[in-house]
Design a protein around this ligand. Sequence first.
Ligand SMILES: [Zn+2]
Length: 549
Amino acid sequence: VVLVTQAAQALALLHLALAGGGFTAGFDSLRAGDLERDLTTLASPELEGRDTPSLGLERAARHIDERFRAAGLIAAPDSAQVYKEVGGRELPGAEPTAGPGTQVEGTYRRPWQRNLPTPDAASSLALVQGETRTAFVLGQDFVPVAGMEGQASGELVFAGYGIRAKSEKYDDLDGLKLRGKLALIVEGEPLHARAFEGPAVTESAALGRKIEALAQAGAAGVLVVRRAAPAEPEHAGEAPPTPAAPAEPAEPTLAFRHTWADWVGAPGDRPPKESLPVLELSPRAGTALLGEDVLELARRIDRSVRPVRSKQGARQVELVGRTRRESLAIDNVVGWVRGSELPDEFVVLGAHYDHIGVDARGRIGCGADDNASGTSALLEIAEGFASAGPRRSVYFCAFSGEEDGLLGSQAFCARLPVPREKIVAMVNLDMIGRGDAAEVAVLGIHQTPAFEKLLQRAKAQRSSGVQKIVMRQGEELFQRSDHYSFHQIGVPTLFFFEGLPIERNKDYHTWRDTLDLVDQDKVLRTTRLVYSTLWLLSNDDERPPRPRG
Ligand SMILES: [Zn+2]
């Protein structure tokens, strides 16, 4: 017996040496502190709601790159080719000849293409004082607004927040001569404890409504100072994550909002009926144009909730706002861990890292729950699997464009890095930080009934702290996240979600989805349960059957 035990131990040790630290090593490496750090970074207002695409999304992608690299994940076999394909984008820090499974730093990006409005270099902004013409810099001082294009010149008039609100007895435009002039306004609405519904942001702040009022008053063009712009020049150009990466081009300090063309906002916010040339400005550019501190003027309005006028004399300004449609490369961030015994079979873990951006009232959708929570779990589990050494290979995918219709995962499934029949299963994490503390909902059982037993085994394998797994409910959600893209190509999928029905989460897809409302302990518990589930999928002898439906 002793001998046998020793032999078994020796075998187990040998297995550990060959295959990594095993289930326990990875499980024990899942840390609340790591999850919280990633969540805090990804849900930061600095990332401006991670719209697809946006500067904030790129910042999130860099964070994911950095974590994948630190965990030692392998780049997707064709990522180098993909980089060559999209042309004009240099492969950072690596030769573009890497073969399958070659670990290449900086190539976790697997871009897909999306056609969207983007700033045209013909856009311009200048202050004209006698013979002197001071030009401002596109992307740094100002950006055009898609759908609100054209050129205009004239005298600059400060028009407060550009709000006419009868219900508040407040009118920024009252008595202003705006005909043929350019209105300079501040984003949002007066910040006051009670007026304009206090901390809530009312429809008076909607940009479309303001433009409509200014057009009716005869303005020739509008300049909007972006008050919520979080990127001050000092903080804008954070260093790239590793010294190996080449110098990034100087980042614009004022991000262009590509998807504003659709005027995404609160329900009921409409695009303006009349069009005017509109530019958005940094506060610094607004102040330079007006010759007076624009944000200080806004603060005076905030205190009094009365329109405030600028004391500056007439100043001449010329503006041109132009956008053009362009096919933009948008990144999924993808890395993998090689399996020790079945390296040519793959399990996929996915979470979308994008969110809804900034709405037309200037509110940032931080998306702490949706889906910084799932992305932080993805990163932590990836790190755990890299040290655990599963039998099958595991792909870790941070998808973009989910909020716009599963675009990133659709693109991934349309051009898989491995043969489809080699994909054993896909597990998706989307919103795991709110709802009932004791439970987690899992969809996909109806399509693959064998998963019910798998989840029970995962729950029993090691205590995650999750008390109840809700199964066979919420089928209406099944088509609404990235696992569905995999289901459509015949891959068995599981979708981990915080709880049903989704309507219980009143902050879903609003600016109220912030970090302070996320249950960090629940994120940890769910992360552990998903880790155990993924471990079984990547180590069981049998593959799950093809899904139904
Ligand atoms: Zn989501």
